[in-house]
Design a protein around this ligand. Structure first.
Ligand SMILES: Nc1ncnc2c1ncn2[C@@H]1O[C@H](COP(=O)(O)OP(=O)(O)OP(=O)(O)O)[C@@H](O)[C@H]1O
Length: 304
């Protein structure tokens, strides 16, 4: 549905994107995650042909964007930054203005307003709309031509918790019930993990992770840590070099080691007791997805 091949981009002399390979499958809700300044908006602009890559290419629906820009973008709806609306016009009139300009069938206005849940407020001037309603109106306009692919740059930025939930449910509905493929950027993993099927993480212009949400969770499990509370951590490590290989002494009575298996944990507990070492505590610490995201965006670990 969407693919970038070895995408590089510079602002003047300054490199911004390095060798970005995005791969978005049809029907997915792809969360494009990264801290501020990582390059999300720049990538979105390249995907829409608003910027030209230094090298590499963007492919939409299997075709090169550089060669078939107009035809391909006809099948894409986008929401980049806040939608530009006519504040004095009603929600319906705002949609109508773009509908006429694009030559879309008249019945579509009511359909897209219904889709984004604005039918009851469509008569009100846009200046009375909350930020969440403005974003949904922007989305209604993006949906006018019934695009197959939606590119949304931080659509929940600045929304209150209710607005965030409404936008999330709307995007899931569009993906599941209407078969839209959606790329949505955000700097918040907490937001993306609640809706996305796939995730790409960008850090300093490099894609440091790409995969399904379960893949990201597996990465998280792989980083689980066993914490051993004992009397003398250093002695334990010397007594059980095999079972405690890879352990670090976090405090005089605390050992940290990568979690391996239930069997290894059980053997470790038995051997510590057999070696007359007091076992005050043995627990598994699993990093949250937030920790995993921070780890990815701090260390630039390539996991693509
Ligand atoms: N017009 C510009 N000229 C020069 N540098 C720019 C320009 N726009 C963005 N940049 C730089 O490009 C880098 C990527 O910016 P970009 O806006 O793509 O990041 P982002 O991930 O979308 O972050 P944010 O969430 O803060 O918008 C940043 O270092 C930014 O300072």
């Amino acid at each position: 549905m969407l693919e970038t091949r070895s995408l590089h981009f510079r602002f003047g002399q300054r490199p911004i994107l390095h060798d970005v390979h995005l791969q978005v499958e049809p029907g997915s809700l792809y969360g494009f995650l990264g801290p501020n300044g990582a390059g999300k908006s720049t990538t979105m602009r390249l995907l829409l042909g608003l910027l030209r890559p230094a090298s590499g290419s963007v492919h939409l629906f299997g075709h090169d964007l550089a060669r078939h820009r107009v035809a391909l973008l006809d099948r894409v709806g986008a929401l980049i930054e806040n939608p530009s609306l006519y504040d004095h016009l009603s929600g319906r009139e705002n949609v109508e203005a773009t509908r006429r300009l694009r030559g879309v069938a008249a019945g579509r206005t009511a359909e897209v307003l219904e889709l984004v849940g604005l039918t009851d407020n469509a008569h009100r001037p846009a200046k009375e709309y909350s930020l969440g309603m403005r974003q949904r109106l922007g989305l209604a306009i993006a949906l006018l031509s019934d695009p197959d692919l939606l590119l949304l740059d931080e659509p929940t930025n600045g929304l209150d918790p209710n607005g965030i939930i409404e936008m999330r449910e709307l995007l899931q509905h569009l993906c599941r019930q209407h078969g839209k493929t959606i790329v949505v950027s955000s700097h918040l993993i907490s937001e993306i993990e609640k809706m996305a099927t796939h995730v790409g993480v960008i850090q300093e212009g490099r894609l440091v992770f790409q995969g399904s949400l379960p893949d990201l969770r597996r990465l998280q499990t792989g980083r689980s840590r066993l914490v051993v509370e004992t009397q003398d951590a250093e002695s334990c490590r010397n007594l059980l070099p095999r079972l405690l290989a890879g352990a670090t002494v976090a405090a005089p009575g605390t050992l940290w080691l990568p979690w391996l298996s239930q069997e290894h944990t059980a053997a470790l507990a038995a051997e510590l007791v057999a070696a007359n070492q007091p076992l005050y505590g043995l627990r598994l610490e699993q990093p949250t997805l937030e920790d995993t995201f921070l780890h990815l965006t701090e260390s630039r670990t390539a996991a693509v």
